[in-house]
Write a protein that binds this ligand. Sequence first.
Ligand code: ADP
Ligand code: MG
Length: 336
Amino acid sequence: MIEVKHLTKRYGGHTAVSDLSFEIDKGVIYGFLGPNGAGKSTTMNIITGCLGATEGEVLVDGHSVSEEPMEAKKRIGYLPELPPLYTDMTPEEYLRFVAEAKGVSRKEQAEQIAAIMEKTGITQVSHRLIRNLSKGYRQRVGIAQALLGKPEVIILDEPTVGLDPAQIIEIRDLIRELGKEHTIVLSSHILSEVQAVCDSIMIISGGKLVASDTTENLTRRFAGTQTLRLEADADEKTMRKVLDRVDGIASVEVKPEEKESTVLLVKAEEDKDIRAKVFKAFAKENVTLLEMTTVHADLEDVFLELTQSDAPAQSETAAQAPDTAEEEKTGEEEAQ
Ligand code: ADP
Ligand code: MG
């Protein structure tokens, strides 16, 4: 559906995106994951034809974004990081305006706008001024304008940023719903967010792709080693003695908690599930195991490791060098 080939974007001396290549397949929800400054917005702006690339090309259904912009752009709906909402309009007026700009025929406009407002849940606020709407509703209006013209692919740049927890859940549900009919690419700097919504994840750091796989595979890979939190009605020495009898343990450490009982963190060797053995060993030695839980925190750790070690020279600080500011003044970005 979309092919990104050797994409590079330089702002003066600063490389924001470096030789990025990947493919977007039809019908999948992709998560474009990376810390702030990783190059997510830059990549999305290039894919949607809002920004020119320094090197490389993007094909949408075989149409080059730079050479056949009309053909490429009509297949994509885009919600930029800062949605271009006209706050003095009502959602309905605004959607009519965007439909006109996208060349949706007059005949189709009313029907399409009504259907999209229904789908995005803004029908009941369609006659209020956008400026008076909550951030959650404004974001829905932003998503609605992306859907106009019935594009196959919807690209959403940090769609849940700045929303409260309830609004985040609503927008996530909406995105999942849209994923049934569209190919979706959304960006986020939050691992749990893309895990919750996306089928496939691309991790970008310092303008480079550092990992790309299905959410399931990445989760399994990240969480390859099992960590158990064990709480027992015994002292550390007794617990360690029991654990000595269990195969497949890589390390044991005490977790200081203000409790009568003892809490240990037990790391298994790679790809080993030691839960049954641990349970049986405690039962056999007649030591009371009060609680055994799997700790999932290492997923976040691996993400941090992946995205920090790969970008020593292209941190946010580097991006604030003087040449960056100069570049911004030249007005590199073209209007859509
Ligand atoms: P993300 O969306 O992942 O936070 P961006 O694509 O916005 O990252 O930015 C990638 C890098 O490019 C950052 O280091 C950022 O400071 C820099 N950058 C983005 N836009 C410009 C611009 N218009 N001029 C100069 N540098 C820019
Ligand atoms: Mg961004």
